[in-house]
Design a protein around this ligand. Structure first.
Ligand code: ZN
Length: 206
């Protein structure tokens, strides 16, 4: 925990992994770059994928999330725990957000580590980045907006339930007063492979 993976300062231009151009808001699609912020996103995504890969052990779909502080250190990480806990809201994103905010709260209460960039306690995660292996659903997109998260980096698109690009674009809806930067398609193949393997195994055992 606490590894600095060199996340760039928010506001700096961020590139998309691929020319996906599926924003409902019709925003310009960034062009992929070989280095820069994408290196940091990939590194965090690898961590999220590693966490996701553990979820089948407790019967859950392999989806993982990592919440990064403004300085790039890891605040929290989680994988789906819906089956493990019987909690329908236990998606990786929700758990990472909850644990990350809790950690900031504890750090502030102890008067210890102050997270670079003015994120100190409370529930606002304004300059934080949520890295998740699959495009968030409507519930998670809503939680991302509620937590005021500054940026979402996701792996595979979810054409059946995605709510930050595919079916809806909740986090960049101009009617909301908080808008989130979205970087899509980071290590998407790895995420898809993990999910495919999980569902194939499950079919085999049925
Ligand atoms: Zn979700």
């Amino acid at each position: 925990m606490g590894s600095d993976i060199g996340v760039p300062v928010p506001g700096q231009a961020v590139s998309g992994e691929a020319a996906l151009g599926r924003s409902v808001a019709g925003e310009a699609v960034p062009v992929a770059t070989p280095s820069g912020p994408m290196t940091a996103w990939r590194s965090a995504m690898r961590q999220a994928l590693e966490f996701a890969a553990q979820a089948p052990a407790w019967g859950d779909v392999p989806i993982g999330a990592v919440l990064l502080a403004p300085d790039g250190s890891v605040l929290s990480q989680a994988a789906n725990e819906r089956e493990a806990t019987g909690d329908p809201t236990a998606h990786a994103e929700i758990l990472a957000i909850r644990r990350g905010a809790q950690r900031l709260q504890e750090d502030t209460a102890e008067g210890g580590r102050s997270v670079d960039g003015g994120v100190a306690g409370g529930w606002r995660l304004e300059r934080c980045t949520l890295v998740v292996t699959l495009e968030p659903c409507t519930m998670c997109a809503g939680a991302i907006v509620a937590a005021r998260i500054g940026r979402v980096v996701f792996g595979a698109f979810d054409p059946k339930a995605g709510a930050v690009a595919s079916l809806w674009d909740v986090v960049r809806d101009p009617r909301l007063n908080h808008r989130v930067e979205v970087v899509s398609g980071v290590l998407a193949e790895e995420s898809t492979a993990l999910l495919r393997e999980f569902f194939a195994d499950r079919r085999r055992s049925e």
